[in-house]
Write a protein that binds this ligand. Structure first.
Ligand SMILES: C[S@@+](CC[C@H](N)C(=O)[O-])C[C@H]1O[C@@H](n2cnc3c(N)ncnc32)[C@H](O)[C@@H]1O
Length: 387
């Protein structure tokens, strides 16, 4: 897709960036810093500008692009004259362009040990079915990661033969096949009864407003469980790539089975990945959105998890999550803080006692535009990485 972008000159500034297509392709911003922040990363962009701009300006633009951390994924061709210049840039892809250059998208997968981009030897297209045939290799660590029938294992410990890793109960519980089986067959529905969760469809509708700025981009359904939201994201057609990610192999298997059972889900641009939230296998600043439904309270290290989400989100990227807040009438439970602390030490789970605590956590990472929507104990929090 080609997008015409207006560049600015020092005396004719445009007014911020704007969307020009229904596919979420973005045009130029008024400031280079915004451009550096990754608005270009959503899509291949071809710009044409014709504004009597100076060679000095063009030099500055080129030097910015070459020095930009985004340059690694960036093929640029510039033919310039003092008056007219054509810049063709390829950064990220949308669904049409991905068919032409499917490897672009694969640059998002990174080694969980060193975060260097993984080299993918497998089907040229990201899809649920390409994982069994895929081997990913890190050129720095020389470690290989492979896919099994249902998912890619991108945990640090993947491939170990004797070493087994066990996490706190809040994570391990969901690795039990019986819990994965029951999850969408009653377990999750229970959250609505005693926690005020509106239910997947309504939660999806609620989060769409927050996800609007990143439509057309990539989304990670972090701690996807059996994949109810991954399926909704995929079926909505709003994202160019959906990654269903969980630490539990049995949840991922269940997620795979549900995807296969649904007739109206395309397998393309959808992958299932096993990973630990505290060590995410994605390149820094490569992802447009991360969703974490009913999961923050299960992560053994919430700070490590949010730090990782912050790392992989591109500037301007969106984080949206749901969890519980035990406040209101529950605040009167005696020794609540002590109970929470003990529970956390024993099970690894985290209970929030106030909305401000949750907001404070997001602020620590410099996330902005933090909002909370409540329904009894349920909270949906959204935040954005500054552009
Ligand atoms: C309550 S389920 C949430 C599932 C789904 N997102 C939802 O909205 O219903 C919590 C999920 O967090 C996952 N989880 C726990 N620890 C994790 C970790 N360290 N890394 C990634 N996922 C983890 C569990 O495997 C489980 O699937």
């Amino acid at each position: 897709m080609t997008v015409m972008c207006l560049l600015w000159t020092e005396d004719s500034r445009t007014g911020g960036y704007d969307s020009v297509s229904s596919k979420g392709i973005h045009v130029m911003s008024t400031e280079m810093s915004t451009m550096a922040a990754g608005n270009l990363s959503l899509a291949p962009v071809a710009t044409q500008f014709n504004s009597g701009m100076s060679n000095r300006f063009l030099d500055k633009l080129l030097s910015f692009m070459v020095n930009s951390p985004l340059y690694r994924n960036f093929d640029a061709k510039l033919s310039a004259s003092p008056a007219i210049a054509t810049l063709e840039a390829m950064l990220g892809t949308d669904s049409n362009e991905q068919e032409a250059n499917p490897n672009q998208k694969k640059h998002v997968l990174a080694c969980p040990i060193c975060y260097d981009t993984l080299i993918w030897n497998g089907d040229p297209v990201f899809s649920v079915d390409s994982t069994p045939r895929s081997i990913l290799k890190c050129s720095i660590c020389k470690k290989s990661y492979s896919g099994n029938e249902t998912h890619l294992d991108l945990t640090v410990a993947s491939g170990t033969k004797k070493y087994g890793e066990y996490k706190p109960a809040s994570s391990e519980l969901f690795r039990l096949p019986i819990v994965s089986f029951l999850y969408e067959r009653g377990w999750r529905q229970g959250f609505s009864i005693w926690g005020g969760y509106p239910g997947p469809q309504k939660e999806f509708e609620m989060m769409k407003d927050y996800l609007n700025p990143v439509i057309g981009g990539s989304i990670i359904d972090a701690s996807c469980g059996s994949g109810m939201f991954s399926r909704l994201f995929k079926k909505s057609g709003l994202f160019s790539l959906v990654v269903a990610l969980d630490y539990s192999e049995s949840m991922l298997k269940q997620c795979y089975d549900f995807i296969k059972q649904e007739e109206n889900i395309s397998n393309e641009n959808l992958i299932l990945v096993r990973a630990d939230i505290a060590r995410l296998p994605f390149a820094s600043s490569s992802i447009d959105a991360v969703h974490a439904g009913a999961a923050l309270h299960c992560w053994p290290s919430l700070t490590a998890g949010i730090a990782e989400i912050n790392r992989i989100l591109r500037p301007g990227g969106v984080f949206v999550a749901t969890t519980y807040i035990v406040d209101g009438p529950y605040s009167f439970i005696p020794f609540l803080s002590l109970i929470r602390e003990t529970l956390s030490q024993v099970t690894g789970s985290r209970i929030f006692l106030s909305e401000s605590e949750l907001k404070d956590l997001c602020k620590t990472y410099g996330l902005v535009d933090i909002t909370c929507v409540r329904n009894r104990q349920f909270v949906m929090i959204s935040a954005r990485k500054p552009a």
